[in-house]
Design a binder for this molecule. Structure first.
Ligand code: 3PG
Length: 402
C-alpha cells in the first residue's frame, strides 16, 4: 500500500511526524514512557533514512492559558533525548517564523520537537477546529507528513487530519501496526463481543457508547460512566463522580431501555466517606450522601467474570477503580487476573489502561495492546478513524510552494 512509511521514498527528506506523546506527567517528570517508547520505531527508521525530523504531539487538554503551565512537552523532550541518546531541539511556538527557520535548517539526523499542538487552541482554537490555514502553515515545515499518532486519530484536529492535504503523507510503523491489530481483532469480532469501559465523563463518550451498543453483546461499565447510568436509574451515588445534567440523564435512561440486556452495572462498591474518612464495602443501593465510590466490589467482579468467561472477544478501556491508591486497586487487579486466563481473546486499549497494567504487575501478560483508548472505541463504533481516512484519501495533494 502506497500510504505506508516503508513504501515511501523518504531518504534525506524533511519529515513532519505526528506522534501521540500524550503521557502522564507529574512535577515535570514523565510517569509512564510507554507511548514515547512505542514511537521510537518510526523515529529510528527516519533517522536511519537520514531524515530531518519535526515532531508534533498534543499533551493533555488545553482549555485556558493556565492549563498550558502543566502541559508543556519539555519533559517529553528530556525523556526522548535520553531514550535516543541524542540532542532534541525544542520550539515553543509552532507558528513562529523562528520555528520555521529552525525546521528549514535541520540537518539529516536532527530532530526538532514542537510544543504541544493544543497550545494553538488558545485563544483561537486553531488545533481542535481543523483550521486549514494553520495546517498549511505547519505543512510548510516539512516535505512529507507521517501520521504515527494512532491514539489521536479519532480527533479531527489540525495536526492529525489537516496536514496531509498539503504534503505527500503516510502512516508510520506504530499506526500501521495498531491498525492491523484492530482490523484483525475488532473489525469483525468473534461473538459474544464484550466491551469493558471505565472513565470519568459520560458526556465525552455518549456518541461512542450509542454506536458501541449496536456492535457489542455486553457493555461492562465502571467509574464515572457507570455512576452516571446508575444515577439515571435513580440511585444515590453520594459524592461520587457522575453527570446529573437532566438532558444527559434522560438520554442514558432511554439507552438503558433500548439496550437493557447489554448493560452490566456494578452491584457493589468500595467507598470512602468524606464524613468520617472510613472505607467500606457497600451494596450499590446503600450508598450514602457522604460516600465516594473508589473501587468495584467483589460481587460485581464475580458477575463480570461470568460474562467475560463466556465472551469470545473482549476490549477493555479503563479501570475498575482508583488503582493508584493501594486500598482501591483490587477491582482492577481482579479484572486483569480474569482476562490473563485467556489473553488471546483480549485487546487492551488506552494509555491509562496500559499504565494500570504495568503498575499492577501484568506487563507481558497480554499481546494485543493498542495505545488508543478513545481511538479504539471509535474504531469499533464507526469502523474507521478520521486521521487514517485522511491519509488514505491522500490523492489530491495541493503541492506547497516550498
Ligand atoms: C489518548 O490518550 O487517548 C489520546 O492521546 C487522545 O487524547 P484526548 O482524549 O485528549 O484527545
Amino acid at each position: 500500500m502506497k500510504q505506508l512509511l516503508k513504501n515511501m521514498n523518504i531518504n534525506n527528506k524533511r519529515v513532519i511526524l505526528r506522534c501521540d506523546l500524550n503521557v502522564p506527567i507529574k512535577d515535570g517528570n514523565v510517569l509512564d514512557e510507554t507511548k514515547i517508547i512505542k514511537s521510537l520505531e518510526t523515529i529510528n527508521y527516519l533517522l536511519k533514512e537520514n531524515c530531518k525530523i519535526v515532531i508534533l504531539s498534543h499533551l493533555g487538554r488545553i482549555k485556558s492559558e493556565e492549563d498550558k503551565k502543566q502541559n508543556s512537552l519539555e519533559p517529553v523532550r528530556i525523556s526522548l533525548a535520553k531514550l535516543l541518546n541524542k540532542e532534541i531541539k525544542f520550539a515553543n511556538d509552532i507558528l513562529a517564523p523562528s520555528t520555521k527557520e529552525i525546521a528549514l535548517n535541520l540537518q539529516p539526523g536532527e530532530i526538532l520537537l514542537l510544543e504541544n499542538t493544543r497550545f494553538l487552541d488558545i485563544p483561537n482554537k486553531l488545533e481542535s477546529t481543523l483550521n486549514e490555514k494553520t495546517a498549511k502553515q505547519i505543512a510548510e515545515l516539512g516535505e512529507i507528513f507521517v501520521l504515527d499518532a494512532f491514539a489521536s486519530s479519532h480527533r479531527s484536529h489540525t495536526s492529525v487530519v489537516g496536514i496531509s492535504k498539503f504534503l505527500p503523507s503516510c502512516l508510520g510503523s506504530l499506526a500501521e501496526a495498531e491498525l492491523n491489530l484492530l482490523n484483525n481483532h475488532l473489525s469483525n469480532p468473534k461473538k459474544p463481543f464484550t466491551v469493558i469501559m471505565g472513565g470519568a465523563k459520560v458526556n465525552d463518550k455518549l456518541a461512542v457508547i450509542k454506536s458501541l451498543l449496536t456492535k457489542c453483546d455486553h457493555l461492562l461499565l465502571s467509574g464515572g460512566i457507570a455512576n452516571s447510568f446508575l444515577y439515571a436509574l435513580g440511585l444515590n451515588l453520594g459524592e461520587s463522580l457522575k453527570n446529573d445534567n437532566p438532558e444527559i440523564v434522560s438520554e442514558l435512561q432511554s439507552l438503558m431501555l433500548t439496550y437493557k440486556e447489554k448493560f452490566a452495572f456494578p452491584l457493589d462498591a468500595i467507598v470512602s466517606s468524606t464524613y468520617n474518612n472510613t472505607t467500606n464495602i457497600k451494596s450499590i443501593g446503600k450508598i450514602e450522601d457522604n460516600d465516594i465510590i473508589k473501587d468495584t466490589g467483589a460481587k460485581t467482579i464475580a458477575k463480570y467474570k461470568d460474562i467475560l468467561d463466556n465472551s469470545e472477544t473482549i476490549f477493555i478501556n479503563g479501570t475498575m477503580g482508583v488503582y493508584e491508591e493501594k486500598e482501591f486497586k483490587n477491582g482492577t487487579t481482579e479484572i486483569f487476573n480474569i482476562l490473563s486466563k485467556y489473553p488471546e481473546k483480549v485487546v487492551i486499549g488506552g494509555g491509562d489502561t496500559i499504565s494500570a497494567l504495568n503498575n499492577l504487575g501484568f506487563r507481558g501478560k497480554f499481546e494485543n495492546i493498542s495505545s488508543g483508548g478513545g481511538a479504539t472505541l471509535e474504531f469499533i463504533a464507526n469502523g474507521t478513524l478520521p486521521g487514517i481516512e485522511a491519509i488514505m484519501e491522500d490523492d489530491g495533494i495541493e503541492v506547497l510552494d516550498l
